[in-house]
Design a protein around this ligand. Structure first.
Ligand code: BES
Ligand code: MN
Ligand code: ZN
Length: 513
């Protein structure tokens, strides 16, 4: 799909469809008023008669039958002006574009509604919204199924034009739209990886995808394979992987945007369990298919590294994905087994289904101790408990640094990938006391997402600022519904949070080195 920025008016724009946005309880102004005049007041009539209330999330579309140069119009409600914010721009753009696609449009245009918002931010949000909103994963659909599904309709949008009022805005808006495209496409890449089933996406395949991204974007790249991990003493990571025929891969991607300060680098780390059966502590059958998405944190890490390489901030970033498959077998690790992580700490495995924290233990130890990355962010579909606590609308943030928590909160409000800080009082750690080893890997049901976070935190080197995002709910593996640009399965979070954090560290808005 092509994204263009041009000077022009929606009412004059010739193509398959345009998107008009409307505030609730207000008439039409600007672009909307021009379009409505050509439609002989049809939009206003629908508003006045309350057929369309313009409440946030409501939208409709119709054919213009020659009244306008554009053949279709989508009208999208923005809700009340007081509640207008960046994420509504993102969602409105997605809803409008999707409505027009449903009516068969291939070339569409949108204006920029930025009421009180920065023009560049709004333009970027529109680009992110359409790119993410139009995402579909249809790789495994074939024409052979055509006779089966009579209602199937797979038309695609080919170009999206964003119109600006005057030529003086072109440069700013073009740069912002390009940023939005980079972020939206990176996010969609994370979704694609999450959607890929585990027979097509093993740890080594994931590593190949990362290698490909690294080669195309000039990133340093290496993989710590099973032998190397053994040599390095990554016993927690290897314990999880040992039941699978598919070997693990600790994937490392390094971006050097500030070569003079190589001692300073941000770490972003993702859980990359390509399938989580639970292992010997096996999961119930219902919903187990969703566990192909248990590498979503890793997918966001790889995707964020792509976007960072393309945006080129003056800062150093290392992405690490702990990729493995958690399977029951004759060679699998078992409850009661004791593992030794690379920092020397021993772990009693009391539940093989608490595998994410095990692979992350070695990843954060490697990142903080060997590579000296600081600050470190990790993202993981770590616990069912965080889904119970926060549902699908916010990721849980667990950190040893309150400023990091505040920063992630602010970033979430801006990107729409919303976060919420969870407590990490010392007492919660007590659940991880083992009779046989330094720690056990499961603290049971009570406060499950907090004890999971404490486990990871125990492997972070002293003095390292660290935050963990538990995205088991927020990433939407089967729990949530489609809403605007957020698709209903594997939505790619927290790709944009990672990138925004890196950009803010690079431009000095945040300083956590
Ligand atoms: N990958 C799961 C968590 C998960 C659940 C992600 C639902 C997405 C949706 C994780 O590895 C897991 O199994 N966690 C256990 C931990 C427990 C054994 C301490 C859980 O949450 O039950
Ligand atoms: Mn598990
Ligand atoms: Zn898991």
């Amino acid at each position: 799909m092509e994204l263009r920025v041009e000077v022009g008016q929606l009412s004059q724009w010739q193509g398959d469809g345009i998107v008009v946005t409307v505030f609730q309880n207000e008439g039409l102004s600007g672009a909307g008023a021009g379009v409505d005049r050509a439609l002989k007041g049809e939009i206003l009539r629908a508003l006045d008669s309350k057929e369309f209330s313009a409440r946030y999330t409501l939208h409709y579309a119709f054919y213009t039958l020659g009244a306008l140069p554009a053949a279709r119009v989508a009208v999208v409600g923005l809700g009340k002006r007081e509640k207008f914010k960046l994420d509504r721009v993102r969602r409105a753009a997605a809803d409008g574009a999707k409505d027009l696609r449903k009516l068969g449009a291939k070339h569409i245009a949108l204006g920029i509604t930025n009421d009180g918002l920065d023009l560049a931010d709004a333009a970027q949000a529109i680009a992110e919204g359409v790119v993410m909103g139009l995402f579909r994963f249809q790789k495994y659909y074939t024409d052979a199924a055509d006779p089966l599904w009579e209602d199937d309709f797979r038309s695609e949008i080919e170009s999206v034009t964003i119109l600006v009022d005057d030529a003086a805005q072109l440069e700013t808006v073009r740069a912002a739209v390009e940023r939005g495209r980079i972020l939206g496409e990176a996010n969609n890449f994370a979704r694609t990886l999450a959607n890929e089933p585990s027979n097509h996406l093993t740890p080594l395949h994931l590593a190949e995808h990362a290698r490909d991204i690294a080669a195309k974007n000039d990133l340093e790249f290496y993989v710590i394979d099973r032998d190397k991990a053994q040599e390095m003493g990554m016993g927690a990571f290897l314990g999880v992987a040992q039941g699978s025929q598919n070997p693990p891969a600790m994937i490392v991607m390094r971006y050097w945007g500030d070569k003079e300060n190589q001692d300073k680098a941000i770490g972003i780390i993702g859980k990359g369990i390509t399938f989580d059966s639970g292992g010997i502590s096996i999961k119930p059958a219902d919903g187990m298919e969703n566990m192909k998405g248990d590498m979503s944190g890793g997918a966001a890490t790889i995707a964020a590294m792509q976007a960072i390489a393309q945006l080129k901030p003056k800062i150093n970033v290392t992405g690490i994905v702990a990729a493995a498959e958690n399977m029951p077998s004759g060679s699998a690790f078992k409850p009661g087994d004791i593992l030794r992580a690379m920092n020397g700490m021993t772990i009693e495995v009391n539940n093989t289904d608490a595998e994410g924290r095990l692979v992350l233990a070695d990843a954060v130890a490697y990142a903080s101790k060997e590579l000296k990355l600081n600050p470190i962010l990790d993202a993981a579909t770590l616990t069912g408990a965080v889904v119970v606590a926060l549902g699908v609308y916010r990721a849980g943030v667990f950190t040893n640094d309150d400023e990091l928590a505040d920063t992630l909160y602010e970033i979430g409000e801006k990107t729409g990938e919303k976060n919420w800080q969870m407590p990490m009082d010392d007492e919660y750690l007590l659940a991880l006391r083992s009779d046989w080893a330094d720690l056990r890997n499961s603290g049971g049901r009570a406060g499950g997402s907090i004890t999971g976070a404490w486990f990871i935190r125990s492997f972070v080197e002293k003095g390292t600022k660290w935050a963990h995002l538990d995205i088991a709910g927020a990433v939407n593996l089967g729990e949530g519904k489609e809403r605007g640009y957020i698709n209903k399965w594997g939505n790619g979070t927290p790709t944009r949070t990672f990138v925004e954090f890196v950009l803010q560290m690079a431009n000095g808005k945040t300083n956590l080195f």
